[in-house]
Design a protein around this ligand. Structure first.
Ligand code: PH2
Ligand code: MG
Ligand code: MG
Length: 132
């Protein structure tokens, strides 16, 4: 089993509710259990400013999946929840980013771990610190 930390963000269609829906779907990923949840933080958008504030949260999961299988499960949840990719760093219903996966270092086209921007982002570090 591996402990992984995942950052969640939403700024569309009742963001708090979207985080709850995402948590429910994540809890249903096979062999994966949510072991910690930060509180929900309201944050100013990083990137384009003409978009609503975000709700951000970080969770820990324990999983028997490998990192790519977890990534694809999270992407399936984003798609199921109606995520449409338009503006870079633009508004989104849900974003699920793997921050850490055990102590693995991964650098592939579709997945870089540790998340390369996490140390710049208060909306990640503050909720992460809360559950560590
Ligand atoms: N996600 C982004 C870009 N900007 N800003 C906040 N406050 N929260 C986010 O989750 C966020 C962002 C790209 O993933
Ligand atoms: Mg992101
Ligand atoms: Mg993402």
């Amino acid at each position: 089993m591996t402990i992984s930390y995942i950052a969640l963000g939403s700024n569309l269609n009742n963001p708090k509710k979207q985080l709850k829906i995402a948590l429910r779907y994540i809890s249903e990923i096979p062999t994966t259990k949510i072991t910690a949840e930060s509180s929900v933080h309201k944050t100013k958008p990083l990137g384009p400013q003409d978009q609503p504030d975000f709700m951000n949260q970080v969770i820990a999961v324990e999983t028997a999946l490998n990192a790519h299988a977890l990534l694809y499960a999270l992407q399936a949840i984003e798609n199921l929840m109606g995520r449409v990719r338009t503006v870079h760093w633009g508004p989104r219903i849900i974003d699920c980013d793997i921050l850490r996966f055990g102590d693995e270092i991964i650098d592939t086209d579709d997945l870089i771990i540790p998340h390369p921007e996490m140390h710049h982002r208060d909306f990640v570090l503050i909720p992460l610190a809360e559950i560590l």
